[in-house]
Design a protein around this ligand. Structure first.
Ligand code: TYD
Length: 392
């Protein structure tokens, strides 16, 4: 693994501070990112024990976003039509945004964050409040093997990929389908979205890296969809090598070529990305200091884990961003790790008391701009660092 990016000493991105512990010393770790020229994997170099991140206090709920709910609904209909699976399993079922589109008898969720698992258990779903591993896979498959396994924005959080695919291999039927969905490395690199890297995002996958891992388990990608969620993601449709029901379509080769043309197989690409990240930091700092000189009132929108990386890497302090608005009930009244900026309950933006808004949840830009149409019409402005620092 060759290191190409150093984002400094960062706190745990989803460890929001409370009024009580705000003055306690936060644990920090060095957030560095590396590239492995053999496996083509891009991953963070110092990992944090999973129990410290995925526990009963996990703040993120998929159902709270309209974009995610809508995406899951469309995908569920597609799955029913195209694959008609008898039994579905979701790894990382969060608060049930995906599984709730299916009949309770035909779906199983696996969710180690107990607060989230409990929400779906209460609704009558069959949920295992555990980490996905071969022991759990065996236990589940003993009764019935799974026809379709789905996992979105979860694989990138799990360190031991061999264990994950081993477990998938144990649970999936012979002609079973695996659908994986995670942020796309190509989009991340192209958009200089360095904030896709934080303690929980151990990996950002490319098609060429995923192909290599899957081949160890006799699994093949037969289709790739480029989707808009989380700042540009890939949805991979995967089958066993000896499943001839589904043909490998042209999207797979197309994505591989796109990634190779951009140089995702070469360390030089990542080194040049790293230079762009440094430039991005300088650009963002300049925007903030210019607005500060003009005494502009700036707030943040979407207290994301991504913002935590940006604020701590760029050393943007409390003085510059008055507070963050967020819709997530768990985050309200708490403070962002590191910068200690307060998170307030979301209210529609109003030009009367806000001049500029830092787009923490830039991956929901379309949804947010639609919601804040009035603020924009009144002349309200947004600050973003994606794909380069600018005021919109
Ligand atoms: P997410 O995209 O998961 O970012 P990360 O993985 O980096 O934490 O989180 C989006 C956050 O933005 C979440 O806390 C909810 C918030 N949000 C709003 O407050 N308002 C909105 O309109 C949207 C779309 C998101």
């Amino acid at each position: 693994m060759k290191k190409f990016l150093d984002l400094g000493y960062q706190p745990l991105a989803n460890s929001y501070l409370t009024k009580k512990n705000i003055n306690k010393k936060e644990k920090r770790f060095n957030l560095s990112v590396g590239f492995d020229s053999k496996s083509f994997l891009v991953s963070i170099l110092n990992t944090v024990p999973k129990e410290k991140m995925f526990n009963k206090n996990y703040p993120y709920k998929s159902s709270e976003s309209f974009t995610m709910r809508n995406q899951f609904k469309i995908l569920s209909n597609k799955i029913k039509k195209k694959f008609n699976p008898g039994l579905i399993l979701e790894i990382g079922s969060n608060d049930g945004a995906f599984i709730s589109n299916f009949n309770k008898k035909s779906v199983i969720g696996v969710e180690p964050c107990k607060n989230l698992a409990n929400l779906t258990i209460k609704k009558g779903f069959r949920i295992f409040p555990n980490y996905w591993n071969p022991t759990l896979a065996k236990k589940i498959a003993k009764k019935n093997k799974i026809d379709l396994i789905y996992s979105a924005n979860t694989l990138s959080h799990i360190e031991n990929l061999d264990e994950i695919f081993n477990a998938i291999d144990l649970a999936l039927t012979e002609n079973g389908i695996l659908i994986l969905e995670d942020p796309s490395l190509l989009e991340c690199i192209k958009n200089v979205a360095y904030d896709q890297f934080y303690c929980e995002h151990l990996y950002v996958f490319s098609t060429i890296a995923l192909e290599r891992i899957l081949s160890k388990f006799n699994l093949t990608i037969f289709s790739v969809e480029n989707i808009k969620t989380h700042g540009g993601s890939n949805r991979y449709y995967i089958k066993r090598n000896n499943n001839f029901i589904y043909k490998i379509d042209s999207s797979v080769k197309k994505n591989v070529i796109k990634e190779r043309n951009y140089g995702l197989h070469k360390i030089s690409t990542y080194k040049s990305f790293s230079k762009k990240v440094i430039k991005s930091k300088k650009g963002l700092n300049k925007i903030f200091s210019d607005l500060d000189k003009k005494n502009k009132k700036i707030i943040g929108y979407g207290a994301t884990a991504k913002s935590c990386t940006v604020l701590n890497y760029c050393k943007i302090q409390k003085r510059l961003i008055k507070f963050f608005y967020d819709t997530t009930s768990y985050k309200i009244g708490k403070y962002l790790p590191g910068s200690k900026i307060e998170i307030k309950k979301y209210k529609k933006l109003d030009i009367k008391n806000i001049d500029y808004v830092f787009l923490g949840a830039w991956n929901f830009k379309d949804e947010i701009f639609k919601k804040e149409k009035k603020f924009i019409q009144q002349g309200g402005k947004f600050i973003t660092h994606i794909p380069h620092p600018k005021i919109i």
